[in-house]
Write a protein that binds this ligand. Structure first.
Ligand code: SF4
Length: 453
């Protein structure tokens, strides 16, 4: 059976070491969270951290060592630390310092399955990434997130309670002709929806392969959650853009509309004609990029690369577009003297600039234009950065003491309210069904990607 043992084939991706190092004197630049943002169990660690005289490795590392080293001694080889490339502050460097792995969400998702000896997996990233690890984990592996309030805003605008009422209407109208393709930035519940409709998960590096696979089956696609990645993929594949329908902004309409009440632009006729229907979510970090920003840099001799969560106009104007892995490799492999502007998450660009700068490659952030009329990108993905050093120290120490809060344990199908950190957890039977369907959608992605590689 194709889905009998999907994890047995999860060998296609590898972790890309960041190669980042903590230089002496380099500040541990992490904006302090207000103390009342911490769970009660984590407040003592936050108070200690915030009382450190400065945030250089000379003070932070001995403090972290007091908690991380005993946990490593306690759990030995069964402990695995993970972090995403977009993590703020210096947390990616800290995680690597303690032997952890740093990568994009696809490679992270495979880590439990590929490392069965790791029983306690601690992730510093947003919830959907930790849940993807949990879906593919073996039964005796546990996945913990250092801060359950770390959510991806794109995913938060595509919770199952928002998407399902609309997906149900689409399935009722189009039946088996409708296929859901779920970007990796979705909950397990939406990945399972993709699996149940014959669809697949995709990432920013393989979305074109997955959408092309669906088109060859003459399916009408519901692409969730990122409208920009969906639109950019359609453009990349040469799809007629007037055969795309973008569903209303979930921040404005939630799911309080029907397919026929006029809320959807073009109405039911547009939906009937559509080749791909885009959920209306987006990433606040990437939507700010524009063709004008790209042009500003190009006029000054810079090569511009952007992530495909950016608006279509920016992607069309740029010199290249691709996943975080593509952007990282482009920066690391550029010839000395190259001048590259990257349009993606700010912490990632700063880390890339620091590393590539050692080889004489200049890297700038697309929004770092000294003209206020272009606006500002802020520091990066603020929600991901909620996984700060006190959360890492506290999580590991509480696990060692056997006092880790259940709310930090990530299980497949958990629906999380990132404001309260409350979890809606499925029953064992429901979880089993969800894992089956979600794995199916992940396995299809892997098969499609391997076939297209
Ligand atoms: S950068 Fe955007 S898409 Fe990525 S985790 Fe943050 S909010 Fe989500």
């Amino acid at each position: 059976m194709a889905h009998a043992n999907p994890t047995s084939r999860l060998t296609g991706s590898r972790l890309t070491p960041s190669g980042l190092t903590l230089e002496p004197g380099m500040p541990i630049c992490q904006t302090d969270l207000p103390l009342d943002w911490y769970q009660d169990e984590f407040k003592p660690y936050a108070e200690e951290y915030q009382a450190l005289p400065d945030r250089t490795p000379e003070t932070v590392l001995p403090w972290l060592d007091r908690y991380v080293r005993p946990a490593q001694d306690h759990f030995g080889d069964s402990l695995l630390l993970l972090a995403h490339f977009y993590m703020g502050g210096e947390i990616v460097k800290l995680v690597e310092r303690y032997g952890g792995a740093v990568s994009d969400s696809y490679a992270l998702a495979l880590q439990a399955a590929r490392n069965p000896e790791k029983k306690v997996i601690v992730e510093s990233a947003v919830h959907f990434m930790a849940e993807a690890v949990a879906i593919l984990a073996h039964d005796d592996q546990q996945v913990w997130i250092t801060n359950p309030k770390a959510g991806c805003t794109m995913e938060m605008l595509a919770k199952d309670h928002l998407v399902m009422p609309i997906a149900d209407q689409l399935i009722e109208r189009y039946g088996d002709d409708l296929m859901v393709i779920a970007y990796m930035n979705t909950s397990g519940r939406l990945k399972a929806l993709a699996g149940a409709t014959g669809g697949a998960v995709c990432t920013s590096s393989n979305a074109h392969l997955v959408v092309d696979w669906a088109r060859k089956q003459n399916k009408k696609i519901l692409f969730v959650p990122d409208q920009h990645l969906g639109r950019n993929t359609a453009w990349k594949l040469g799809m007629e853009l007037d055969k795309l329908v973008t569903l209303p902004d979930p921040q404005v309409h939630a799911s309080n509309y029907s397919l026929t009440d006029g809320t959807i632009e073009g109405g039911i006729q547009a939906l009937d004609r559509a080749e791909m229907i885009l959920w209306g979510s987006y990433c606040g970090v990437h939507t700010i990029f524009s063709a004008a920003m790209v042009g500003w840099w190009q006029e000054r001799g810079w090569k511009v690369l952007v992530h495909p969560e950016s608006p279509l106009e920016a992607v069309q104007a740029a010199d290249g577009a691709g996943s975080t892995d593509y952007l990282w490799k482009a920066a690391m492999n550029a010839k000395p003297g190259s001048k590259i502007v990257i349009g993606t998450e700010g912490h990632f660009v700063r880390n890339a600039a620091a590393e590539a700068g050692k080889r004489g490659v200049e890297i700038k952030h697309l929004a770092d234009i000294p003209d206020p009329s272009f606006g500002s990108a802020g520091c990066g993905c603020a929600t991901m950065s909620r996984n700060d050093p006190p959360h890492l120290a506290g999580m590991l120490d509480l696990l060692r003491l056997g006092q880790a809060p259940d709310i930090n344990l990530v299980q497949s199908g958990d629906s999380v309210d990132e404001i309260t950190a409350r979890r809606d957890r499925l029953s064992g039977e429901e979880q089993g069904e969800l894992i089956r369907d979600a794995k199916l959608s992940l396995e299809r992605m892997i098969a499609i990607t391997e076939a297209g590689a």
